[in-house]
Design a binder for this molecule. Structure first.
Ligand SMILES: Nc1ncnc2c1ncn2[C@@H]1O[C@H](COP(=O)(O)OP(=O)(O)OP(=O)(O)O)[C@@H](O)[C@H]1O
Length: 288
């Protein structure tokens, strides 16, 4: 039997708040294969970052847990590199030194100084940033800084790359360039990627699977859509591809019909429940 590469089982996440426990996630189950590109999509506040943070080891689930290659995840580790929406580079270090910091942390004992230098340059070249190695974050654009953040993550040779809206703060053109680079890099390295996005086109273009999350509180996996578009993928030719259009519509339907309706029903139902409501009317509305 082949074991899953990454597995979330029965994950519940309850946060302590002044008003009591707030259950953000309830019974999240997810199995991810080595090399899969998985996107998490869902309305704001549904719990996507919470899922990512549990996999990163930055948060500990209150029930259930995450297992990577047979090992329980309960703290951060270099085999799970995180790329945030805002690059989080050290402003006083150069581009080269920012990547070096991560490389030192992981490979100080296993790579010679020359090997480390070549490895840093290799990763900067992967994201087309070798030319700016001696610049500081304040001297480069947001898109360039985000490239460095990706190079820094890749340079740790993570088996899982976790990305929280990595292109969310970028203009459309830079975003498209970086999406294309990420597809090329991932095809070359075969990293497992979990990416949070709010962009339906980005999710369909990049992913092997799109995990659509229900609205919180107590959010869970609503639908799991497999994107069977051949690779390499080209955004221009895909735009008119009937399969691409279909996948896109499936995600939009989930977000703006299925989840929107449930959202709208909830307050009405609560008010009526006080007067001993039955489920008949909300159920009818959800089917409409
Ligand atoms: N430390 C915390 N304490 C209390 N509540 C929290 C905490 N962290 C997250 N939450 C709540 O848990 C829910 C899920 O938050 P999360 O950040 O995971 O959502 P998200 O889907 O990533 O949102 P967005 O798309 O807006 O970034 C939200 O209601 C949020 O307010």
């Amino acid at each position: 039997m082949t074991r899953s590469h990454l597995e979330l089982t029965g994950v519940e996440m309850a946060f302590d708040t002044p008003k009591g426990a707030f259950v953000a996630l309830d019974n999240v189950n997810l199995k991810i294969k080595k090399g899969e590109f998985v996107s998490l999509i869902g309305h704001s506040g549904c719990g996507k970052s919470t899922v990512l943070n549990i996999v990163a080891g930055l948060l500990q689930a209150t029930k259930g847990g995450c297992v990577l290659d047979g090992h329980e995840v309960n703290s951060p580790g270099p085999e799970r590199a995180v790329v945030f929406q805002h690059h989080a580079l050290m402003p006083w270090l150069t581009v080269y030194e920012n990547v070096e910091l991560a490389v030192q942390q992981v490979f100080r004992k296993t790579m010679s100084k020359t090997e480390r230098r070549d490895w840093i340059h290799h990763n900067l070249e992967l994201v087309n940033m070798a030319h700016a190695a001696s610049k500081r974050p304040g001297e480069i654009s947001g898109g360039m800084a985000q490239r460095v953040g990706i190079a820094r993550a890749l340079a740790m040779k993570p088996s899982v790359l976790l990305m929280d809206e990595p292109f969310g703060a970028l203009d459309a053109l830079t975003r498209a360039h970086l999406q294309d680079s990420l597809m090329d890099i991932q095809q070359e390295l075969n990293n497992t990627v979990i990416m949070i996005t709010h962009d339906v086109d980005e999710a369909v273009l990049l992913s092997d699977r799109i995990i659509m999350m229900t609205n919180g509180p107590a959010a869970t996996v609503g639908e799991d859509l497999r994107i069977e578009l051949p690779r390499p993928r080209n955004r221009v030719t895909l735009a008119d591809d009937p399969a691409y259009v279909h996948y896109r519509q499936e995600v939009l339907k989930f977000l703006y019909e299925k989840q929107r309706k449930l959202e709208n029903i909830a307050p009405r139902r609560t008010a009526r429940q006080a007067e001993s409501d039955t489920d008949a009317e909300p159920a009818k509305a959800a089917r409409a």
